[in-house]
Design a protein around this ligand. Sequence first.
Ligand code: ATP
Ligand code: NMN
Length: 289
Amino acid sequence: MATQISTHKATALTNPSNYALTSHRLRRTLHDFTKQPIVLVACGSFNPITYHHLRMFEIAKDFIRQNTDFEIVGGYLSPVSDEYKKAGLVSAHHRVKMCMLATEQESSWLMVDSWEALQNYQRTAVVLDHLDYEINTVLGGVSTRDGEHRDVQVMLLAGSDLISTMSEPGVWSHDDLDDILGRHGTFVIERTGAALDQAIDSLARWRNSIYPIAQLVQNDVSSTKVRLFFRRGLSVQYLLPAVVIDYIEQNNLYPDDGPCTEKDKGKGTESGEADISTSESSNTCVKKP
Ligand SMILES: Nc1ncnc2c1ncn2[C@@H]1O[C@H](COP(=O)(O)OP(=O)(O)OP(=O)(O)O)[C@@H](O)[C@H]1O
Ligand SMILES: NC(=O)c1ccc[n+]([C@@H]2O[C@H](COP(=O)(O)O)[C@@H](O)[C@H]2O)c1
């Protein structure tokens, strides 16, 4: 049975049955008492998780250490619910499992929160408020080495493509943007095809709590491309953790459609997916510019 809880904001949140926040890697003691403790949260489909999803946290970690007075005490991936109904979305159960395999195998500090995934659709602002409640109210935040209590600031970590949707009418409510960008704060990782300055241009009123981060090594991998590679029987080695590749193959999550042919030119296998065609010179599927 689901349980109703309340937060220090006026919202009421519902926990899926048997839910408990994963916190085994949440650091409960602040190294530097002069810093503000933060937790990074990435929301998305993770269909499947790629190395770049993990890499986003490392890029943010470097930026935060060099440019801010924050200290990271944890990081969470929050896969979206099945109700998000994005084309080709495999079940939340599998997406949570893939994120868990990837974080446990590849990272020493990242965790997965299944609260959002295993229930009806929850807006990103609600997900951040939920984590704020779990970390600060349920767990009691963190302490300095002298035992002084500190609340943790829960901040969104997102690619510039996602942040650019915040300027599109009807996608995000003003109140949610105020909560996410104003109250929580957001780190924005540059993504090929979504220029950082354009993505945050019309979000100027929250500029003090938006931190744009340029990618020093451009990485254009997307879950869409990975799914298409699986469907075309192409290698995905080194685009995502081997343990996730094994899991996808064992569960046949993105079945092979066979090699691409002339017929495939200009069409993806799922509506709304990348435009893939057969390269003239080889039997390799390449993304059209
Ligand atoms: N290559 C990348 N560069 C920067 N940000 C990225 C990159 N890949 C994913 N992200 C960010 O990771 C978060 C979660 O992404 P999501 O799971 O939607 O991956 P995706 O690759 O965009 O998925 P899909 O291709 O299925 O739309 C989003 O904030 C997205 O902007
Ligand atoms: N209003 C909102 O809260 C809102 C709007 C659009 C996307 N989102 C979130 O952004 C993420 C987008 O993921 P995709 O890039 O896979 O579509 C999801 O976690 C989704 O819930 C939230």
